[in-house]
Design a protein around this ligand. Structure first.
Ligand code: ATP
Length: 199
């Protein structure tokens, strides 16, 4: 799986649309302090479904929308698209080219798309689970994460290996199944109560 293109519009410092093509090899981004290098990484995190404003270095989600400059009006919407080459079928989908898109409007309305088809956040998270590319994975490594891994804070080293070995999705499914079981047990006890009242 290869990251091929990032398109950003109305996100943080990017009022105008920018396109970054990731060709084979290493792509580096250089520029003076405050020019928006980290905002590129934030855009990648965001489109992958990041929900934590802290991880996006923002106080509220609305603040990720371009808030204008001396010469430009604020944007009404942030939009980020990230494209992948999936010819090796690492992403569990029949598409050989995959583009995910996330939009956020000032009204608070948001939207996710998979190859331009409306989808849920869950569809995006499920697609990247155990590929190393999800929001919680090791594809985006910041300096503070290296410190956490070395110190093994909150079992961070273990979860890194779990993601790499592909068992994260089973752990998530187990948790979801246990939650469903709990809900079913509650429903059953409500049925018992009703039956008792009727008898
Ligand atoms: P450094 O090298 O110092 O880490 P950087 O190149 O990584 O800097 P970023 O942190 O990516 O820079 O970008 C910071 C810039 O983004 C600031 O100028 C800030 O005003 C701008 N910015 C952040 N959010 C928005 C927004 N919603 N609208 C407009 N500009 C924004």
């Amino acid at each position: 799986m290869q990251l091929t293109r990032l398109e950003v519009k109305g996100f943080k410092s990017f009022g105008d649309k920018i396109t970054i093509n990731f060709n084979a090899g290493i792509t580096g981004i250089a520029g003076p302090n405050g020019c928006g290098k980290s905002n590129v990484v934030d855009a990648i995190r965001w489109v992958l479904g990041e929900q934590s404003t802290k991880m996006l270095r923002s106080e509220k989600m609305e603040n990720i929308i371009f808030n204008g400059s001396k010469t430009r009006k604020p944007s009404q919407m942030a939009e980020v698209s990230l494209s992948f080459d999936n010819t090796k079928n690492i992403l569990p989908t029949e598409f050989s080219q995959v583009t995910i898109t996330r939009k956020l409007y000032r009204s608070g309305e948001s939207e996710y798309r998979l190859n331009n088809v409306h989808c849920r956040l869950k569809d995006i998270t499920d697609l990247f689970l155990d590929t190393g590319m999800g929001t919680d994975s090791y594809s985006i490594i910041e300096l503070k994460m290296i410190e956490e891994i070395i110190a093994n804070k909150e079992g961070s080293r273990r979860s890194l290996f779990e993601e790499a070995s592909g068992i994260s999705k089973y752990k998530l499914r187990k948790k979801q199944t246990f939650n469903k079981l709990k809900e079913t047990e509650l429903d059953l006890s409500r049925v018992d109560d009703l039956l008792f009242e009727l008898e």
